[in-house]
Design a protein around this ligand. Structure first.
Ligand SMILES: Cc1cc2nc3c(=O)[nH]c(=O)nc-3n(C[C@H](O)[C@H](O)[C@H](O)COP(=O)(O)OP(=O)(O)OC[C@H]3O[C@@H](n4cnc5c(N)ncnc54)[C@H](O)[C@@H]3O)c2cc1C
Length: 535
């Protein structure tokens, strides 16, 4: 049976609600901080229960946390609160919660969650690196649990494991491992956070060699909604272990990731910029690259067309990396033979150095869209035709002319999913794809809320137009990458029915009160996917 985005299979819902109904962990405790009442156990999901809103006094909402003994509770007037807010990558996520809690240990994370659940009716958000591009990681009327003080990587030499705290960023992780000659697959921009990246999959320079980054996590330490701290790995809580590899924030808060590290020589690679006159050559090179990616698993090639406000024009950028350090390997011949070269940073460098240069400018309001297509050059051409229409439209109406686009193509070879399976499997569902496919990422960065509204509309038009065309030529793939998906998309459904069931079962088993569905409702939730509501 194919799962439509309009309805959930009754069997899945029945299974999930049966476990939920048997729960008795939520109580009718009077709420000492807010004067509100916590949700009764029988009213487990937001669709059933409009939660009472806490009163407006900030002190009331956050005193429960300080009274519980949590030291770092930041209120809006504090400088650290303001600094932390500014470290969200996209302005769209720079909201103003009633307070920001900064735990320093897993036990304090547990205390924050249980206090918020038992002593208040407040909603809360969880934030690690803060790079997710819409506010799944923050909340306007509620409390944000910010894991920024839980940062650092410890290398276990004997087991070759990197034990990574959840508030870490990838640059710090690589920096800690490089003195040991080791690395892990992670973000390609060094400031990206570890936790959001890993719970959504994680596409890295090493994907064709190692699978998604999440496939290289051998153990998640997780704080559950009831405050219990457990390990999820191949032997303990293996159902949760699998669900956490792609299931984002549906099950608990991860307080440590243990990742399998491997020896890494210096890499060879960098960023090459081309005149847009090389468009047909770039399409040829990438189509060829995707076709042969299974044979070139040590290499990574991304191509994107980007409108740059300083140039008032579109240029092509290729990010080319050989993870074994071979200079200009034959796999890149077609890219390197393109004409219209504008600049190049290709050289031998460390993993960290290459990720330092792939940063994208922060400080905009960012709208993204993602989809997946088969390797069909007709779709590339359609994407770029629509991109041209979009940039012309945006330039004509943008008050300051300051907007940036990206039309990015990333190969997802079948060998990637084989690595995922070898490492215990995830819930992303890409193993269903018989062919090498292309993950599309469209981005639009603008200034101001009015332009954001325009950008949302334009982005949907671009994304919808692309998939409609792809369907017409038999090149559409239903999969959506959760780490790139915008709030109007439905990545969890795109993983397929069997994976959805695994995630719903894990959510119901490890969070029977539905705390991470209703009290921490931001993000993509198994119980609240677009197109259907659990009720
Ligand atoms: C400049 C840039 C470059 C990027 N490069 C890549 C790339 O190379 N490859 C790729 O695959 N993706 C990339 N991404 C996308 C990236 O994977 C996501 O934005 C990811 O969510 C970032 O992780 P974070 O820790 O910063 O997330 P946050 O914004 O902190 O959180 C994201 C989600 O995870 C939840 N969450 C956070 N911490 C925890 C926790 N400890 N336990 C449970 N849930 C938690 C949050 O509640 C939220 O729902 C990039 C994004 C940007 C902006």
């Amino acid at each position: 049976m194919k799962l439509s985005s309009q309805q959930a299979p009754a069997a899945l819902l029945a299974a999930a609600t049966a476990v939920l109904a048997s729960s008795s962990s939520a109580s009718d405790l009077p709420n000492s901080a807010c004067g509100c009442v916590s949700p009764p156990a029988s009213h487990l999901f937001a669709a059933k229960l409009p939660l009472p809103v806490c009163p407006a006094d900030i002190l009331d909402k956050c005193t429960a946390l300080t009274k519980a003994g949590i030291a770092n509770v930041l209120t809006p007037e504090s400088e650290t609160y303001k600094e932390r807010t500014l470290t969200y990558w996209s302005l769209t996520s720079q909201l103003t919660p009633w307070c920001i809690v900064q735990p320093t240990t897993p036990e304090e994370v547990a205390l924050a969650v249980t206090t918020l659940v038992k002593e208040t009716s407040c909603e809360f958000a969880v934030r690690s690196g803060g790079h997710f591009i819409w506010p799944a990681n923050n909340i306007e009327e509620g409390v944000t649990i910010d894991l920024g003080l839980m940062s650092g990587t410890v290398y276990d030499e004997e087991k070759k494991l990197a034990r990574i705290s959840p508030g870490s960023r990838w640059g710090g992780v690589y920096g800690a491992l490089e003195p040991h000659g080791m690395t892990v697959p992670g973000g390609r921009a060094s400031t990206v956070g570890v936790a959001g990246f890993l719970n959504g999959g994680g596409n890295s320079f090493y994907s064709a060699r190692k699978g998604f980054a999440c496939d290289n996590v051998v153990n998640f330490e997780v704080v559950l909604a009831n405050g219990t701290i457990i390990n999820a790995n191949a032997n303990e809580h293996s159902d949760l272990y699998q669900a956490m590899k792609g299931g984002q924030s549906n099950f608990g808060i991860v307080t440590r990731f243990d990742m399998q590290a491997f020896e890494a020589p210096k890499l060879w690679g960098g960023v090459v910029q081309w005149n847009k006159t090389a468009t047909q050559q770039a399409i040829d090179a990438h189509v060829d690259w995707v076709t042969n990616h299974d044979k070139n698993i040590n290499d990574s090639a991304i191509v994107f067309w980007t409108y740059q406000p300083a140039l008032k024009d579109t240029v092509i950028i290729t990010s080319l990396v050989d993870t074994q350090g071979h200079a200009a390997p034959p796999a890149f011949d077609k890219f390197l033979g393109m004409s219209g070269n504008l600049s190049s940073t290709l050289r031998t460098a460390t993993h960290k150095e290459l990720t330092d240069e792939l940063e994208q400018p922060a400080g905009y309001r960012d709208i993204w869209w993602t989809g997946t297509i088969k390797n069909d050059r007709k779709v590339y051409e359609k994407v770029l035709e629509l991109h041209d229409e979009l940039t012309t439209f945006m330039a004509a109406q943008s008050p300051d002319g300051d907007f940036i686009t990206q039309a990015m193509f990333q190969s997802i070879p079948t060998v990637l999913s084989r690595h995922s399976e070898e490492r215990g499997g995830n819930v992303l569902g890409l193993d269903r794809e018989p062919d090498n496919v292309i993950m599309l990422l469209f981005t639009l960065a603008v200034n101001g809320e009015a332009q954001e509204r325009v950008a949302r509309e334009q982005m949907r038009k671009w994304g919808d137009g692309t998939m409609e065309f792809a369907r017409g030529v038999g090149a559409a793939v239903e999969w959506q990458y959760i780490n790139y998906a915008y709030d109007y998309q439905d990545p969890l459904t795109s993983y397929g029915e069997a994976n959805l069931k695994k995630m719903m079962d894990a959510a119901a088993k490890y969070d029977p009160s539905g705390v991470f569905q209703t009290r921490s409702p931001r993000g993509f939730k198994v119980s609240n996917r677009s197109g259907y509501k659990l009720n």
